[in-house]
Design a protein around this ligand. Structure first.
Ligand SMILES: *Cc1c(COP(=O)(O)O)cnc(C)c1O
Length: 361
């Protein structure tokens, strides 16, 4: 079997040992005579898998004891609505930091439920950078401040997060959760669709400070209240059992790698392999993100013309690289080097880029 060099932006690469373990257990889950997909979500076997996944996430991210880990559905996109539905009361305003398309979508969705304001935006810079933390201004009675930790489409990432004090800080970490150590206690709520760094599509993780629920709106449909899921350990209704099982396997794999700190170190080395080629190409490759705002996960770059980009992408495809086209909204090239992308794939890509420049520069 040959595994592709998979740089897909999401859904994206999963660790090979995780896929192999899932394959080995697919038909007969640990001697049960059935697949985990065929089991009751109320049974002991599934419950153990469910709790182990939540426990591993708490352990790996050093989640403080006053937080809950929730498994939700509807993707990060439903979180864009659930956040204001639950935490934006009438008469208050929520601040959004606009650093790219996903942040804009979260902002647009919140507008449907209450009053919002822009804390900062880097749109006029084509989202090339993250705003300086010192420049963020918001009133002390803001309902919450929302940010997107990693901008999957533009390839920028916060290197340090603002300290919002008593104002709850809420983060969409869909594309860099577990990529680097994060101080969870700075956030009232972190959410992430699983399909980039955590597992397959179909489950969304939320890490929620319990005290935030005390100020939650109550006129919200049952399934869209965080309190519903927190109260029932994410088993209020049937959860996406197979997706949560796979998340648990991915988390076990991260732990085997040495935890988030070790994965972070590897991610830095992986991204450097590609950024170094961009930086030393004399302008042949042009990075989109400002150097101090670069993402470890999504490396975005352009070539001199769209024709040359097309040639690059065509030849890359023939050489076994998958998913290097930029997002349809921005064009160019993007290499998504999530946790599960092996260093070997990044090394192969950096060599391919060097060779392509030699032949076309
Ligand atoms: C992929 C992505 C989303 C969208 O996630 P869905 O699960 O498809 O709704 C939202 N935010 C960020 C930062 C993303 O990378």
């Amino acid at each position: 079997m040959t595994r592709a060099y998979n740089f897909n932006a999401g859904p994206s690469a999963l660790p090979l040992p995780v896929l192999q373990k899932a394959q080995a257990e697919l038909v007969d889950f640990r001697g049960a005579g059935m697949s985990i997909m065929e089991m009751s979500h109320r049974g002991k076997e599934y419950e153990a898998v469910h709790n182990e996944a939540a426990g591993l996430l708490k352990e790996l991210m050093a989640v403080p004891a006053d937080y809950d880990v929730l498994f939700l559905q509807g993707g990060a996109s439903l979180q864009f609505a659930m956040v204001p539905m639950n935490f934006l009361p009438a008469g208050r305003k929520a601040g959004y930091i606009l650093t790219g398309s996903w942040a804009e979508k979260a902002y647009g969705e919140a507008k449907q439920f209450g009053e919002v304001f822009e804390v900062a935006s880097t749109k006029s810079d084509n989202y090339r950078r993250i705003p300086a933390v010192a420049d963020l201004r918001y009133p002390p009675d803001a309902a919450y401040i929302h940010l997107t930790s990693n901008n999957t489409i533009f390839g920028t990432e916060w290197s340090a997060f603002p300290d919002t004090g008593a104002v709850p800080l809420i983060a969409d970490m869909s594309s860099d959760i577990l990529a680097r150590p994060v101080d969870v206690s700075k956030f009232a709520l972190i959410y992430a669709g699983a399909q980039k760094n955590l597992g397959p599509a179909g489950v969304t993780v939320a890490i929620l400070r319990r005290s935030l629920l005390e100020r939650a709106n109550t006129a919200v449909p049952t399934m869209l209240r965080y309190a519903t899921h927190a109260k029932d350990n994410s088993l209020y209704n049937t959860p996406p059992t197979f997706a949560i099982y796979l998340v648990g396997l991915v988390l076990g794999w991260v732990k085997e790698q040495g935890g988030v700190a070790a994965v972070y170190k590897r991610n830095q080395a992986k991204a450097a392999l590609i950024y170094d080629v961009v930086d030393n190409s004399g302008g042949f490759y042009r990075g989109h993100a400002a150097a101090d705002s670069r993402s470890l996960m999504n490396i975005t770059f352009r070539l001199a013309s769209e024709d040359l980009e097309k040639k690059f992408l065509d030849e890359a495809k023939k050489a076994g690289f998958v998913g290097l086209g930029g997002h349809r909204s921005v064009g160019g090239c993007r290499a998504s080097a999530y946790n599960a992308v092996p260093e070997e794939a990044c090394r192969a890509l950096s060599q391919f880029m060097l060779d392509f420049q030699k032949n076309n520069g």
